[in-house]
Design a protein around this ligand. Structure first.
Ligand SMILES: CC1=C(/C=C/C(C)=C/C=C/C(C)=C/C=C/C=C(C)/C=C/C=C(C)/C=C/C2=C(C)CCCC2(C)C)C(C)(C)CCC1
Length: 274
């Protein structure tokens, strides 16, 4: 039951938060109107390329997916301050997101290893997640300490984020893999991202702008769901549905992360110049 709710959350709101990427590209690139098809083609080609690469070099693509996702999750979760574009702050985004992801794997090591082995044929022992979590948290604490010593972040901000981390880990501790992932993905990532995207696209968050966003996303969302079903039909069976879903999410993640990174750059530079 919880697995089904998790799947529903990821495939509804979760998927939707990338379905308006073409509108974001349009806003980022002002001369977009002449190039609508080329941007769509590049986006789609990248998705297909990653899917294909998953088949031939699954380990490399999975590692790249985890590292890129770590940065993407940290960037959305922390959004510390518009001025924080320095490399050290980017590194904090990465270590924060990495700690979240490895925390999820650590508290659900058996199911995580099962999916990783379905995708790559490698089995990861449970103790690996323990070392990885220790490593990620150490990097995060060192980088937090560095910015505190340089007076570049307020202590209260750091404490709030550490509290967030404890809260997220408690959710992971008490839930199954898919449900825990879905809760984090939708409530800590997707909803704040939708807020930022809507503000970037339409200048404000209101019922009307949310409705416009949802209406505009619907066709691409439907195409994506159909694409996912097609993948499942071609390669899936009842035991592989989670692996296929994660492979699909990985494929759309690569172009999505680039679009969101550019959105924040544009948004922040606009606000800094004001
Ligand atoms: C526009 C467009 C489109 C669409 C798009 C979309 C719809 C997007 C979305 C996007 C999205 C929706 C994104 C997402 C993201 C996510 C993420 C970033 C995640 C991450 C995760 C991870 C990292 C995981 C991991 C794991 C686990 C958890 C368990 C087991 C194992 C593993 C490792 C797998 C198309 C193609 C149709 C066409 C063209 C145009």
């Amino acid at each position: 039951m919880l697995d089904i709710s998790g799947l529903f959350l990821v495939l509804s709101l979760g998927l939707l938060h990338g379905a308006n990427d073409l509108s974001l590209i349009k806003k980022i690139k002002l001369n977009y109107s002449q190039k609508i098809t080329s941007y769509t083609l590049v986006y789609l080609s990248l998705v297909l390329l990653v899917l294909g690469a998953f088949y031939f070099i699954p380990v490399i693509i999975l590692v790249a997916f985890i590292l890129i996702s770590a940065y993407h999750f940290g960037e959305q979760h922390l959004q510390m301050n518009r001025k924080f574009t320095k490399p050290l702050f980017k590194f904090i985004y990465f270590t924060f997101g990495l700690s979240i992801l490895i925390g999820l794997f650590f508290f659900n090591s058996a199911s995580t290893s099962e999916i990783i082995s379905d995708i790559t044929n490698y089995s990861i022992p449970a103790y690996f997640y323990q070392y990885a979590l220790f490593f990620a948290l150490t990097l995060l604490m060192i980088s937090f300490l560095l910015v505190l010593l340089r007076n570049e972040l307020k202590l209260i901000f750091v404490l709030k984020k550490i509290f967030d981390l404890v809260l997220v880990f408690s959710v992971f501790y008490f839930s199954e893999l898919l449900f825990g992932f879905a809760i984090y993905f939708v409530f800590w990532h997707t909803l704040p991202s939708l807020n930022d995207q809507i503000k970037f696209l339409y200048g404000e968050n209101s019922k009307a702008t949310w409705l416009t966003y949802l209406k505009k996303s619907l066709p691409i969302w439907l195409i994506s769901i159909l694409g996912l079903f097609l993948l499942y039909y071609l390669f899936g069976n009842d035991n592989l549905y989670l692996s296929i879903m994660f492979a699909f999410i990985a494929a759309v993640t690569f172009p999505h992360v680039i679009v969101i990174e550019r959105m924040f750059e544009k948004y922040n530079s606009k606000n800094l110049n004001q």
